[in-house]
Design a protein around this ligand. Structure first.
Ligand SMILES: [Zn+2]
Length: 66
């Protein structure tokens, strides 16, 4: 099963959420795409990944969305 069929990605912040969620739990956005590539999982607030990716809180994020 392709990864992209498991989650959809928020177009605003790239957070990956389950297909049955209506609003992004990270930014509250309601625009999603199923066309995304790669996944980053940020586990804690102090992660260097948060600086690198610009993520607002620990979550799983797509690396690229189309
Ligand atoms: Zn979002």
């Amino acid at each position: 099963m392709p990864k992209s069929s498991i989650f959809k990605a928020c177009r605003n912040c790239k957070a990956l959420v389950l297909p049955d969620q209506d609003a992004c739990p990270v930014c509250g956005g309601t625009s999603f795409t199923e066309e995304w590539e790669g996944m980053i999982i940020i586990l804690n607030e102090n992660s260097e990944l948060m600086n690198l990716t610009g993520a607002k809180k620990p979550w799983r994020y797509a690396i690229n969305i189309k």
